[in-house]
Design a protein around this ligand. Structure first.
Ligand SMILES: [Zn+2]
Length: 215
């Protein structure tokens, strides 16, 4: 099963990826992990990618494609793989399609875990964290005893920059602008499975399985 997994930050994509990895015995592939592996092993491709990253530049698509191809032909991808965070653009998607066609391993489905922005904002913007002991809280799911004070060590709780409503909104805007064209691209190939990502982990898991035709 070769899948592309799409979902906004905070949509619970990671949890579903874990389930799919076990279900199909396939790895999740992200370009970040591939880069890190090649760089730590100091491969030729890794050295090349590192040059761009050290200069703060984007790694060119051709090089990313080579790295992804090198990863997909490895033994643990025999049963397939989940692509997470790649492709991000239409040129990347087209290049990926061509490469996978060439090696006879086309994408089966694109799973799009959809959660309305308001729900994601509520999930993420409700989080607070203790800067001293690291304990985390949530205004809906894990409420501290004294408002704004850590249960464990009585330190004032803070909100991470990443969890602030404005930050979350901006990240969602970027995500939608980037992802919409990809969804259109794969819809033309009739490969998009839209999953309602609102609900418990088990509910969403059941929907994913149903969409993939698994009991
Ligand atoms: Zn604390």
């Amino acid at each position: 099963m070769r899948l592309i997994l799409l979902g906004a930050p905070g949509a619970g994509k990671g949890t579903q990826a874990e389930m799919l990895m076990k279900l199909y015995n396939i790895p999740t592939i992200s370009t970040g992990n591939i880069f890190r592996e090649h760089i730590s092993k100091n491969t030729e491709l890794g050295q090349e990618a590192k040059k761009y990253m050290d200069e703060g530049k984007l790694v060119p698509d051709e090089l990313v494609l080579e790295l992804v191809k090198d990863r997909i032909v490895q033994k643990d991808c025999e049963n397939g793989m989940i692509l997470d965070g790649f492709p991000r653009t239409i040129p990347q998607a087209k290049a990926l399609d061509a490469m996978l066609k060439e090696i006879g391993k086309p994408i089966d489905s694109v799973l799009d875990v959809e959660v309305p922005d308001e729900v994601i904002i509520e999930r993420m913007a409700g989080r607070t964290v203790c800067p001293s002991c690291g304990a985390s809280y949530h205004k809906l799911f894990k409420v501290e005893t004294v408002p704004g004070i850590c249960n464990e060590c009585s330190t004032h709780l803070i909100q991470r920059e990443d969890d602030k409503e404005e930050t979350v909104k901006k990240r969602l805007e970027v995500y939608h602008a980037q992802t919409k064209p990809l969804i259109d691209h794969y819809q033309q190939q009739d490969k998009v499975l839209v999953i309602d990502g609102v609900g418990t982990v088990d509910e969403v898991r059941a929907r994913v399985k149903k969409a993939l035709g698994v009991n």
